[in-house]
Design a binder for this molecule. Sequence first.
Ligand SMILES: N[C@@H](CCC(=O)N[C@@H](CS)C(=O)NCC(=O)O)C(=O)O
Length: 209
Amino acid sequence: MIDVYTANTPNGVKITIALEEMGLRAGEGYNLNVLNLGEQDQKKPEFLKINPNGRIPAIVDHVDGKGIRVFESGAILFYLAEKFGKLLPSDPAARIDAIAWTYFQTGGIGPMMGQAGFFKQNFPDFEQGVERFLKESERLVSVLEDSLQDSDYLVGNDITIADIMNFGWINRGPGYIGLDMSKFPAVQAWRNRMAERDGVKRGLAVLES
Ligand SMILES: N[C@@H](CCC(=O)N[C@@H](CS)C(=O)NCC(=O)O)C(=O)O
């Protein structure tokens, strides 16, 4: 069994979506532990042993009597993809492309949308701050838009970890930061394509109750 530590957030949903897409089920293939971020569960000493950075998501995989801890959503999805041989293409060029789009999300879309939302909510009068992160978020979404012109998913026509990484943010981020998505029809179509998948639906639903 894999112990999953997560919450219903843009980063948190990636793990349950990936596991459900890989055919695992909450309570069968993995144990779901939902942390209360408001109560600061993620900063408690027992959780810091799993993720020293004090953030969700994280997992512990139990293999041969040993616990393998993995933190950072990109690393977790890469670990699961390698373990189960799913959601990462074997072709070398496609494989590294999926990993590159994974880094693109953790280094770009996530932090930029996160900061845009933070400034908008907490310092709405600090126009330069709001504008800077909103503009950069928009630019990053336009990169996705260009890349989705000729394919159903970010790397060809099959879902990979790259889609799950970016979906976590594109599903909710624009609403959070007030980004007009009408300029990005290919991203919207891809988001809808993702949202219609059974594994994605289940991965979101297990965190909604
Ligand atoms: N780069 C990290 C980001 C993780 C992250 O920011 N998690 C947020 C929830 S979406 C969190 O734990 N926030 C609570 C906190 O910062 O204390 C990843 O991709 O796993």
